[in-house]
Design a protein around this ligand. Structure first.
Ligand code: NAD
Length: 262
């Protein structure tokens, strides 16, 4: 049975950062399916152009380094020039490098904080006046299960994602009166180049997640559908919410010798 998606984003314009692949591209596809026109931005020109071509007429690619305030202005100006308005911003671009807490270089720490956190602040400041002018809309910030919990080897990433969660709540407070709902999404392990850089098959990719309720990793589409919900009026009363889309990773880990384990 095929299910028709409703067109709850018909006529809406969205900007999605890091839209050349992974969760960003899947989100762009989902928003387009629901009626939106999207601007995908990414630092990678080649994959960005390829993604826009694959997404079709409702997608425009703009090369963009999310850490650069001037480039944010360019993205907003080009979006308004092309589509006339802006309703939705998905702050999705991110990077993740593993290292021991005592071993991170200052350079790596600053790179992670700039791309994962400062970009969210710059994007929010650049986009909010235009979303408000369009009559209101939504900002969705991509945090992580690591913005709700912790793991070894990812201290700088974890700090950035907890901060995105906090900034989301501060944004919801100050932008709510401007008609802008701001919420954060917290994926667990998602089958993208970030979490699966060697493109392992699904069975191998799923192995580390077997100890959690879903017993498998996510596909980018599992995250995209939640972003679409938060971007839509179906989430009209969600403000400053943190939505775990992590297959239960932050809920708990099975203890094999106790009852109820799979
Ligand atoms: N994959 C996961 O398991 C997972 C889990 C939790 C959260 N996340 C978050 O989801 C978001 C998307 O991750 P993904 O898995 O799709 O990763 P990905 O690596 O597949 O995609 C990230 C995209 O961001 C782009 N990018 C990197 N630096 C940039 C910059 N300075 N300016 C603009 N674009 C830039 C990359 O070119 C890439 O296309 C990230 O914020 C990530 O932290 C991912």
């Amino acid at each position: 049975m095929s299910v028709m998606l409703n067109q709850r984003l018909m006529g809406k314009t969205a900007i999605i950062t890091g839209g050349a692949g992974g969760i960003g591209k899947a989100t762009a596809a989902r928003l387009i399916d629901e009626g939106a026109q999207v601007v995908i931005t990414d630092i990678n020109l080649e994959t960005g152009n390829a993604a826009a071509a694959a997404l079709g007429d409702q997608a425009l690619f703009i090369q963009h380094d999310v850490t650069c305030p001037e480039q944010w202005q360019k993205v907003i100006n080009q979006t308004i020039a092309t589509y006339g308005n802006l309703h939705i911003l998905v702050n999705n671009a991110g990077v993740c490098f593993f290292n021991g807490l005592l071993d991170y270089s200052l350079d790596d720490i600053q790179t992670i904080l700039n791309i994962n956190l400062v970009s969210v602040m710059l994007g929010t400041q650049a986009a909010a006046p235009f979303i408000s002018k369009a009559g209101g809309g939504a900002i969705v910030n991509m945090s992580s299960s690591e913005g709700l919990s912790s793991v070894n080897g990812l201290s700088a990433y974890i700090a950035s994602k907890w901060a995105v969660r906090g900034y989301t709540k501060a944004s919801a407070m100050e932008l709510g009166p401007l008609g802008i709902r701001v919420n954060s999404v917290h994926p667990g392990g998602v089958n993208t180049p970030m979490a699966n850089p060697t493109a392992m098959g699904k069975a191998d990719f799923d192995k580390p997640y077997q100890q959690y309720p879903a017993q498998q990793g996510a596909e980018p589409e599992n995250i995209a559908s939640v972003v679409a919900f938060l971007a839509s009026e179906d989430a009209a009363h969600c403000m400053g919410a943190e939505i775990a889309v992590d297959g239960g990773m932050t809920t708990g880990k099975y203890i094999d010798f106790l009852p109820g384990a799979p």
